[in-house]
Design a protein around this ligand. Structure first.
Ligand code: GRF
Length: 203
């Protein structure tokens, strides 16, 4: 299978995934078709190019969300991805995007999505003095961090007395969990929850 990896910033999860494709758990089972960004100057794009990945970007430039997302779908489809992998992609996807790749969009969220959705998940864990937080890898549906969970892993936060330390511990878990979960998904070793079924039971 071919991955399109989407990012907006630094791209440490992208690096972990590319390394897993090049010499880790994803080696031989997948390839990175493109690393795409909504920010043409995202540091992660430069890093991806240095790692030998095809890159592409498209700035929203004032376009309405659905219009922009339709244009992104067009760009991505030229790379024929089997999975769209969000790695710090700081945009909420509109239905036109979610439907174009239904059940094939994966996200990583640095908290338990049952407890926390949206931005600033590490700040939330730090400010609430959590002894443990969870990293979540989930399929993307039309809500914000509401899609069916594929895998979670705990992060021990005992003694983590700065936000930087919380993030350091969390990111280390993220990098392993994301590559391992994608490998399981691709090898069909995970029960694959259906997005349609889930919304039918939710509403
Ligand atoms: C990660 O914490 C990820 O879970 C969240 O955004 C952050 C991206 O970091 N969705 P990076 O760009 O992968 O380093």
């Amino acid at each position: 299978p071919r991955l399109a990896i989407l990012l907006s910033g630094r791209g440490s999860n992208m690096v972990a995934l590319v390394e897993a494709v090049q010499r880790g758990v994803l080696q031989g089972v997948t390839e990175v078709a493109v690393v795409f960004s909504n920010k043409p100057d995202a540091p992660g794009l430069t890093t991806a190019a240095a790692l030998g990945c095809p890159t592409a970007s498209l700035a929203p430039e004032g376009r309405k969300r659905a219009e922009y997302d339709a244009a992104v779908v067009d760009v991505l489809q030229t790379y024929q991805p089997d999975y769209v992998v969000l790695a710090g992609y700081m945009r909420i996807l509109s239905p036109v995007f979610v439907r174009a790749f239904a059940g094939r969009i994966v996200n990583i969220h640095p908290a338990d999505t049952h407890q926390h959705q949206g931005l600033h998940a590490y700040e939330w864990a730090f400010e609430n003095h959590l002894a443990e937080t969870k990293i979540t890898v989930h399929l993307v549906d039309e809500g914000l961090d509401t899609g069916p969970i594929l895998a979670q892993a705990p992060v021990d936060l005992r003694g983590a007395d700065t936000l930087a330390e919380v993030e350091r511990r969390g990111l280390a878990v993220e990098h392993h969990l994301y590559a391992n979960t994608l490998a399981q998904l691709i090898r069909q070793e995970l029960p694959t929850p259906s997005i349609a079924e889930r919304s039918a039971t939710q509403h």
